[in-house]
Write a protein that binds this ligand. Structure first.
Ligand SMILES: [Zn+2]
Length: 290
């Protein structure tokens, strides 16, 4: 599922291919995306005859503004947003095509239809855009902001990281990677993190997302950038999908458990559970005669 680095890579590769282009035609399949009706007439009003401006991203959402309104895109599980020659044959599961005056075409392909393409007019952006928490690759994401977001919730820290209203952009892959890097057990209650752990987690979140963007995202199945190219961050993952393989830090085989119905990968040594941590601290205290 595309997360922040994949969506950012799509934005960067999309930008030179849509900015300044004038749309001359728009087509939308009759199938709903994520339960939302196609709204083909609204799409045409939002893009046809209008000039596309620089695409923007917030969390996992992509905004394609035009001089008439625009389009808000969420890639869902398997969405692909690419620009190609308008004459090229359309792939199966193509749900949206916007043709530009220079003979190129923006296409949205989504086999599972969990993604979203919401047209809008003027500045009436769909509420989803502003209902997200801070984006970790902006200045708004400070250590204090992360501490405040995690404070006061007993939820497992990994589940808190996946909550887009708290923090926008992390999914299962990069949340697992950030917790491994910060040496925090995924099931630790978010509100129980020590300040030093919040500091480590803040640094880890920024690091794994920045690395993901640098590698053009993680392609496990469907994700490609706007040119149709695959990412390479899957070759740099330290925790996600590595159950049974040695931890790069300590050599212990990594484990996988299920948390919030999602697979969760962690090192049992580098990321001790709170329970084990307490036992160890208790033992250390006894040894010290406290
Ligand atoms: Zn380890």
């Amino acid at each position: 599922m595309p997360e922040l680095p994949e969506v950012e890579t799509v934005r960067r590769t999309l930008s030179p291919r849509v900015e300044g282009r004038v749309a001359v035609d728009a087509w939308r399949s009759r199938l709903a995306l994520h339960g939302q009706p196609p709204r083909g007439a609204l799409l045409r009003r939002a893009v046809v005859g209008a000039t596309f401006q620089a695409p923007q991203r917030r969390g996992k959402l992509l905004l394609l503004p035009t001089t008439a309104g625009g389009l808000l895109v969420h890639l869902g599980m398997s969405g692909r947003l690419t620009v190609t020659d308008a004459a090229a044959p359309a792939a199966p599961h193509t749900h949206l095509r916007i043709t530009f005056s220079d003979g190129t075409q923006l296409r949205y392909v989504d086999a599972r239809r969990f993604g979203q393409c919401q047209p809008f007019l003027g500045d009436a952006l769909p509420p989803a855009w502003s209902q997200q928490g801070p984006d970790p690759l902006t200045r708004a994401f400070t250590e204090e902001v992360l501490a405040a977001a995690l404070q006061g919730t007993r939820r497992a820290v990994k589940l808190a990281l996946l909550d887009q209203a708290l923090l926008a952009g992390l999914g299962n892959i990069y949340a697992s990677e950030a917790l491994w890097l910060a040496r925090i057990h995924p099931a630790t209650p978010a509100g129980a993190l020590l300040r030093a752990q919040v500091t480590a987690l803040h640094h880890a979140v920024v690091t794994v997302l920045t690395d993901g963007v640098r590698h053009g995202g993680t392609t496990l199945r469907d994700y490609v950038d706007a040119r149709g190219g695959r990412g390479s961050h899957q070759d740099h993952l330290q925790a996600y999908g590595r159950e049974g393989q040695p931890c790069a830090r300590c050599g212990m085989p990594l484990r996988c458990s299920v948390l919030g119905q999602r697979s969760t990968f962690f090192c049992p040594v580098c990321q001790p559970s709170v329970h084990v941590g307490r036992q160890r601290r208790g033992k250390a205290a006894r040894l010290l005669g406290r």
